[in-house]
Design a protein around this ligand. Structure first.
Ligand SMILES: NC(=O)c1ccc[n+]([C@@H]2O[C@H](COP(=O)([O-])OP(=O)(O)OC[C@H]3O[C@@H](n4cnc5c(N)ncnc54)[C@H](OP(=O)(O)O)[C@@H]3O)[C@@H](O)[C@H]2O)c1
Length: 261
């Protein structure tokens, strides 16, 4: 199967690093014009020059802090003035860890703003254009905690469930317009996010980093962490024409870790 995304415009959130960066690189390699979106202009600029331009793809970038949904909305509206997006990748940094019983109620507002509210308002800006052309792909990068909550990630688990329910509901509403809405659920994937989770587990439990990694790997049937590219492949497929009849679903990319169907 060869995926062609020539003449497709993609907005990729959280694309200065990690999984979002790999998705942006994958979409551009398949021919898409990519708009990178995150808060650090310098990091975004470095990714921008890495994107494939071999068939005339045109790439650009947007900068806003996802902890401020108003500025995210303003930035997206400006990008959409003369532009229709075929593909939206909703993604940003994960909420901090911690037990749910200890969580400050404010942490739920922050996490819901960064994930649910931003996803929602970006989709609201892009969907009219997608409806107009009868085609759209909305892909949310969430977590396997949608299926089984992960220990020590209370606020994150709660927020992920909300995003998954939002996505499923939206999928049923926009399906008749040729717009699909799906989620990619990464397992332990080698990015800055994973390193900071490992470091904080090591600090809390007073263990060596190696020991924490070993314990995490013992729970993964493939006995290795995933790469951001492996998660990106699932997103690029969902963005393709070939995935036209797949909507309202979750693709788990976790080396077999999640113990549910
Ligand atoms: N890696 C894993 O093992 C794993 C597993 C399950 C789920 N996930 C989830 O998958 C998503 C992506 O994870 P990742 O590992 O790729 O994370 P990452 O390497 O930390 O990358 C996060 C991306 O989001 C951007 N970002 C973070 N905070 C932002 C903010 N306030 N405003 C704008 N952009 C912001 C970062 O850009 P700047 O900092 O440059 O702005 C970066 O581009 C997260 O929700 C994460 O929790 C990851």
């Amino acid at each position: 199967m060869i995926i062609h995304l020539k003449n497709k415009n993609a907005l990729v959130c959280g694309s200065s690093d990690g999984i979002g960066r790999s998705i942006a690189i994958g979409l551009a390699a398949a021919g898409a014009n990519v708009t990178l979106f995150a808060r650090n202009a310098e990091k975004l600029g470095k990714v921008l020059v890495e994107l494939d331009r071999s068939i005339g793809q045109v790439h650009t970038m947007l900068v806003a802090d996802f902890s401020d949904p108003k500025s995210v909305k303003t930035a997206v509206e400006s990008a959409c003035l003369n532009h229709i997006y075929h593909i939206l990748i909703n993604n940003t940094g994960g909420p901090p860890g911690g037990l749910i019983a200890d969580a400050d109620p404010e942490a739920f507002y922050s996490a819901l703003n960064a994930h649910l509210i931003n996803n929602h308002q970006i989709a609201q800006v892009l969907i009219p254009g997608m409806k107009g052309i009868g085609h759209g792909r909305i892909i949310n990068i969430i977590s396997t905690s949608v299926k089984i909550p992960l220990k020590g990630l209370g606020v994150s688990n709660t927020t992920r469930g909300a995003v998954a329910s939002w996505a499923k509901t939206l999928a049923t509403e926009v399906a008749e317009f040729g717009i699909t809405v799906n989620n990619v659920l990464p397992g332990a994937t080698k990015t800055g996010r994973l390193s900071s989770i490992i470091e904080s587990k090591a600090k809390k439990g007073k263990h060596a980093i190696d020991k924490v990694e070993e314990e995490m790997l013992s729970e993964i049937p493939m006995k290795r962490f995933g790469s951001p590219d492996e998660v990106a492949h699932a997103a690029v497929f969902l963005a393709s024409d070939q995935a036209a009849y797949i909507t309202g679903t979750n693709i788990v990319v976790d080396g077999g870790r999640t113990g549910s169907l």
